[in-house]
Design a protein around this ligand. Structure first.
Ligand code: ADP
Ligand code: MG
Length: 279
């Protein structure tokens, strides 16, 4: 499959990468695609909290340190949705071997339909590596000029890492952003996959420890994330739809469904154990 491994990346931190990873992952799983979300933002790990997952047991850090197999750090969240968290403590971070991420991604992509990597912001080695491992990079930015400017740096990094940009997701879009959105998309030079509206339910959902697509499924952010999932699955570039949604601020009726391919979580566990049994 094309787009199996997607890196969710940004130049600036705090623009909505983890929110996008978790909600896109949940929307893909709900549509019947076996999905794993991976906290590859090892320096600023926080994905676990978004989905009420603890990090006392094995995490990506232990896997990269060679202390645990991938299977042990892959936790089932709901039907078809799994997560590989990272530990927020820096002392666990220092022991990792980021090169091992390639092996982790390779293992996961054999067991899942989609592997979403929540990548660290900035220009460090830890950021660049996942960009080159992914089939496609989803750039995340707010319409804020500083964030857009940093997105251009990330674009440069994707090129250096030998990666491919899948498109742009603009977050925290307000109706008064209007024509600014088109200018940003022109400047970035890649298709707008989605414009996620500013929505208070996003913050509330983080406090509640669950994705906004579950917490407030009829709200504007949730509907935009569901549309993003459909856009990626169908391989569309999404530009027209996303721009409309941004300026309307109105929800779509969303009665389309996924392709109906259902795979039980046991299949995933089995696939993972098969993979791990070899070594
Ligand atoms: P990153 O992973 O890029 O650092 P996060 O996903 O943690 O960013 O989001 C940063 C902050 O922005 C969080 O407080 C989150 O709740 C908020 N946020 C993200 N998307 C939206 C949105 N569409 N509407 C309102 N707040 C949002
Ligand atoms: Mg984050």
């Amino acid at each position: 499959m094309a787009d199996t491994v997607l890196a969710v990346a940004s130049g600036k931190g705090g623009v909505g990468k983890t929110t996008t990873t978790v909600n896109l992952g949940t929307a893909l799983a709900t549509a019947g695609h076996r999905t794993v979300v991976v906290d590859a933002d090892m320096g600023m790990a926080n994905l676990a909290g978004f989905v009420s997952l603890g990090t006392d047991d094995a995490t990506l850090h232990e896997v990269l340190a060679g202390d645990a197999p991938v299977k042990e750090a892959t936790y089932r969240l709901t039907e078809g949705l799994f997560a590989v968290p990272s530990a927020p403590q820096l002392e666990r971070y220092s022991q990792t071997d980021t090169e091992g991420l390639a092996v982790v991604v390779d293992t996961l992509q054999q067991a899942f339909d989609y592997v979403l990597l929540d990548v660290g912001a900035g220009v460090s080695h830890e950021t660049v590596l996942p960009l080159g491992l992914a089939d496609g990079v989803v750039l995340v930015s707010t319409p804020d000029p500083a964030a857009v400017q940093d997105t251009e740096k990330t674009l440069d990094l994707v090129g250096r890492a030998g990666g491919t940009v899948r498109g742009l997701v603009l977050t925290r879009v307000r109706s008064d952003h209007g024509t600014e959105i088109e200018r940003i998309v022109d400047r970035v030079g890649h298709p707008l996959l989605a414009a996620i509206p500013e929505d208070d339910a996003v913050r509330e959902s983080v406090s509640a420890g669950r994705p906004v697509v579950v917490h407030a499924p009829d709200g504007p952010a949730a509907e935009a994330y569901e549309e993003l999932a459909r856009t990626l699955v169908e391989g569309r570039d999404g530009q027209a739809d996303a721009a409309d949604a941004a300026t309307d601020g109105a929800g779509r009726d969303g009665d389309e469904t996924g392709d109906g391919e259902e795979a039980g979580s046991d299949d995933v566990s089995e696939a993972l154990s098969d993979l791990e049994d070899g070594d």
